[in-house]
Design a protein around this ligand. Structure first.
Ligand code: ADP
Length: 401
């Protein structure tokens, strides 16, 4: 029997998300989340999708090792444990692959070292990713482990988009350049959008807007990334749930000199207390819309700033690409918020962009067009599926060996 199952692990600083996917029919066998790892209130939410219903565990999971062991126990209770001969590979989401790790990669000691070497440019993410890989290796030393990098899709960016205009020697010495993130989603969504347009990915130019709690835009020419809004870290670009996105770097010096804030305090401000949350106290678009309906001025302004930035990126990437086949919305906000989609393309008829009110409001879980038939540039909603993409890439790599 050829093993066809892939366990996808997405290890964050205090959480591990996982999915067990059978590549024979791309069905999901189990999904789950271990959260608040390291705290007394840790929880594990496990759902076997073949039946049996959701299960919960509460109580401290001391570290990622404990979390992964608990996940393995839950899977084993459903007869799908890590020792199952049907498991082909464990696919890990790794946030930063830098300049060297630009394709899905079979993990060995050298690869792990390189992921560790990148910790200074991804201090929040890469350490957890390394822990996840090491723990999985300990639990199943014989099983291939594949790392799929969030930065990989963007590694095709031309140098003129990837470099900041700062002293080259300083930049190179400290690996300061634009790497981009959410690449697995941008890659998956670009491919699906091309399918929706009935074309090959190599034939279409797309502006992809991944609007979740984190948010990023990318300009994709013929299936390759030409520019993306996140940079050295996931802080640059669009207004996000709690991150500022683009800001004059001098704000950092100003807050240091005038407000006496430390580097760490400014870091925390821009990453955790900014964006929609900083502007109006809420980072969930649903709540912001509810408050707007009640006439809340702060929520309205936060929404307007969010849309203004989004529009600037649509315009910028239109100019970068020259011609655009479709603007594609994805992730939590992009897939679900009709008002955001409508506002983002409002007034862009001269660019060939419009949404059809009814199609936009219709909702649905499938990839779909929401532009009127006359629109020169299509507008699409394409649900992202980073776990499936990681599973596809990991499985393809082990299947080709
Ligand atoms: P991430 O993976 O970055 O945590 P998601 O892509 O799951 O985020 O997006 C989460 C966000 O999506 C929520 O914070 C919320 O703002 C938004 N969201 C989810 N559902 C809806 C909805 N029905 N309408 C508007 N926004 C939504």
């Amino acid at each position: 029997m050829t093993p066809t199952r892939v366990l996808v692990l997405n290890s964050g600083s205090s959480s591990v998300k996982y999915q067990l996917i059978d590549m024979a029919d791309r069905s999901r066998l189990a999904v789950g989340l271990a959260e608040r790892i390291g705290e007394e209130t840790s929880a594990l939410h496990h759902e076997p999708l073949a039946g049996g219903g959701k299960r919960e565990r509460h109580g401290r999971l001391a570290d990622h090792d404990a979390a992964l062991e608990a996940i393995a126990e839950e899977l084993a209770a459903d007869g799908m444990g890590l020792d199952s001969p049907e498991l082909a590979v464990i696919g890990h989401r790794v946030v930063h692959g830098g300049l060297k790790l630009t394709v899905p990669t079979l993990v060995d000691d050298a690869v792990l070292k390189e992921i560790e070497r990148l910790i200074p440019v991804a201090p929040l993410h890469n350490p957890a990713n390394v822990t996840g890989i090491r723990t999985a290796q300990r639990l199943r030393p014989d099983l291939p482990q594949v790392a799929v990098f969030d930065t990989a899709f963007h590694s095709a960016m031309p140098e003129h988009a990837a470099r900041y205009a700062i002293d080259v020697e300083t930049a190179d010495a400290h690996r300061v350049r634009r790497y981009g993130f959410h690449g697995t989603s941008h890659a998956y969504v670009s491919r699906k959008a091309a399918e929706l347009l009935g074309k090959d990915a190599s034939e279409v130019n797309l502006i992809v807007l991944h609007l979740g709690n984190g948010a990023s835009a990318s300009a994709v020419r013929g299936g390759r990334c030409e520019d993306t809004s996140m940079g050295l870290t996931p802080l640059e670009g669009l207004v996000m749930g709690t991150r500022s996105g683009d800001i004059d770097p001098a704000v950092v010096f100003h807050l240091g000199r005038v407000a006496g804030m430390s580097m760490d305090e400014v870091d925390e401000l821009l990453n955790k207390r900014s964006g929609l949350l900083g502007l109006c106290g809420d980072n969930d678009m649903r709540q912001i819309r509810r408050r707007m309906a009640e006439g809340d001025a702060a929520a309205r302004l936060a929404f307007d700033i969010y849309i203004h930035r989004l529009k600037k990126y649509i315009g910028a990437y239109y100019a970068v690409l020259g011609t655009v086949d479709a603007v594609v919305f994805t992730a939590g906000v992009g897939e679900n918020s009709a008002p955001v989609r409508e506002a983002a393309v409002a007034g862009l008829k001269e660019l060939g962009l419009a949404v059809d009110g009814e199609l936009n409001a219709a909702g649905g879980k499938e990839a779909r067009l929401i532009s009127p038939s006359y629109a020169r540039v299509k507008v699409a909603v394409v649900p992202t599926d980073e776990e499936l993409e990681i599973a596809e890439q990991s499985y393809a790599l082990v299947a080709s060996r």
